[in-house]
Design a protein around this ligand. Structure first.
Ligand code: FES
Length: 324
C-alpha cells in the first residue's frame, strides 16, 4: 500500500488569486472527466517536474466537484516544491497527482465543530467549513492571520454563507491568540470537537489547551511541516528490524528514521514530516504512537503500518519490517 501507486494526470486550468505570496491553482483532467470525490480535509501528493513530491490540502468549496483546488504558499523555508509551483505553474501546466488521502476530517459524531486555522493552514479547514455549512451542522471558524492582506480566501469567505460563523484575526500577538483559544474553549458546547491546522506553535498551543478542555479524542490536527517542539512526554524506546536484524535506541527528540539511518539502514523518504507515506514500514510487534498525517484512522486502529519520520512507540520495543 502506498500513495505512490495510483496517480492521475491533470492540467492547471486556472492559476490566480491568493495573496502576494500565495497562488491558488485549479486542477482538472485534460479530457474533463471528473476527478475522484474526496472528503473535506483531504490532502494529496503533487509530483513536480523537478522530481520533488509535495503535499497540499484540497480546499475547494465542493468535494464532489469535477476539479481540485489547491493553495500554494511561497515560503522562505520552501525546499523547492512550493517555490516551483508558485513560480512556474500556470494555465496549461501538466502535473501528476496522487489520490486524495483522508487523515484529517470532521468527526460525524460531534455536536459542534471548532475549526481553527493559522495562515495557509486554512486550506483543509476551509473545505471542512463549507461541508459543515452545507450540511447545516453547528460550527465556528476561527482564522488567525499575520495581516488582513495575508488572509487567503478572505473575500471569498466573507462574501459567502460561511461569513456568519467566521472570525478572522489579523496580527494578534501569541498571548492574545492563547487568550482567544482559551475563551472559545471555555464557551464550547458539550461534545465539541476541535480541528486545527497552521504553524507549529499555533497547533501545539491550541491542541494542548483543547485536549485539557475537550479530551484527547476530540482534538484533531493536520501538520504540513515538522512540529518544532518535542512533546514533553517523549520517552526513549528501542526499534528492532526483523528483516535486517538491527536494533536501535530512539531517544526523545530524534526520529526513528534518523536513528535507523545513523545505524546504516537505508530507508527511502520524501517529505520527512509525516504526510507522504514514502518512508512507511510494517509493524511486526509493539504499539505505535502515530504522529503522522498520512495513515487513515482505520490504518491507525489496525496498527499495521508505521511512519518512522515522525511517529514514536508507546511500547518499550517496536519491531518493524521495511517490506510494506
Ligand atoms: S517521508 Fe513522508 S511520511 Fe515519512
Amino acid at each position: 500500500m502506498s500513495a505512490l501507486t495510483e496517480t492521475i494526470d491533470v492540467v492547471v486550468n486556472e492559476a490566480a488569486g491568493g495573496t502576494h505570496d500565495t497562488r491558488v491553482l485549479q486542477l482538472a483532467r485534460e479530457d474533463g472527466t471528473p476527478l475522484p470525490a474526496y472528503r473535506p480535509g483531504a490532502h494529496l501528493d503533487v509530483y513536480l517536474p523537478n522530481g520533488l513530491v509535495r503535499q497540499y490540502s484540497l480546499c475547494g468549496p465542493n468535494a464532489q466537484a469535477s476539479d481540485y483546488r489547491l493553495a500554494v504558499k511561497r515560503s522562505s523555508e520552501s525546499r523547492g516544491g512550493s517555490e516551483w509551483l508558485f513560480n512556474h505553474a500556470g494555465n496549461g501546466t501538466q502535473l501528476r497527482i496522487g489520490m486524495p488521502r483522508h487523515a484529517f476530517g470532521v468527526d460525524e459524531t460531534a455536536k459542534h465543530h471548532i475549526l481553527v486555522a493559522g495562515g495557509i493552514g486554512v486550506t483543509p479547514i476551509l473545505s471542512m467549513a463549507y461541508a459543515l455549512q452545507a450540511a447545516g451542522k453547528s460550527y465556528q471558524f476561527e482564522y488567525f492571520v499575520r495581516s488582513d492582506a495575508d488572509a487567503v480566501f478572505r473575500a471569498e469567505i466573507m462574501g459567502s454563507s460561511l461569513a456568519g460563523q467566521t472570525r478572522i484575526y489579523p496580527a494578534l500577538a501569541p498571548d492574545a491568540v492563547r487568550e482567544r483559544i482559551t475563551d472559545l474553549l471555555s464557551a464550547s458546547k458539550a461534545q465539541s470537537h476541535l480541528y486545527v491546522c497552521g504553524p507549529a506553535a499555533l497547533m501545539q498551543m491550541t491542541a494542548e489547551l483543547a485536549r485539557g478542555a475537550l479530551g484527547d479524542g476530540n482534538v484533531h490536527m493536520e501538520a504540513f511541516g515538522p512540529l518544532a517542539v518535542a512533546n514533553a512526554d517523549e520517552r526513549e524506546f528501542t526499534v528492532k528490524l526483523n528483516t535486517r536484524g538491527g536494533v536501535v535506541t530512539v531517544p526523545p527528540g530524534k526520529s526513528v528514521l534518523a536513528c535507523l539511518r545513523d545505524a546504516g539502514h537505508e530507508i527511502e523518504s520524501s517529505c520527512e514530516v509525516g504526510v507522504c507515506g514514502t518512508c512507511m514500514m510494517r509493524v511486526v510487534e509493539g504499539e505505535p504512537d502515530h504522529r503522522d498525517s498520512y495513515l487513515t484512522d482505520d490504518e491507525r486502529v489496525a496498527g499495521t503500518y508505521f511512519i518512522p519520520c515522525v511517529s514514536r512507540s508507546k511500547s518499550p520495543v517496536l519491531v518493524l519490517a521495511s517490506d510494506t
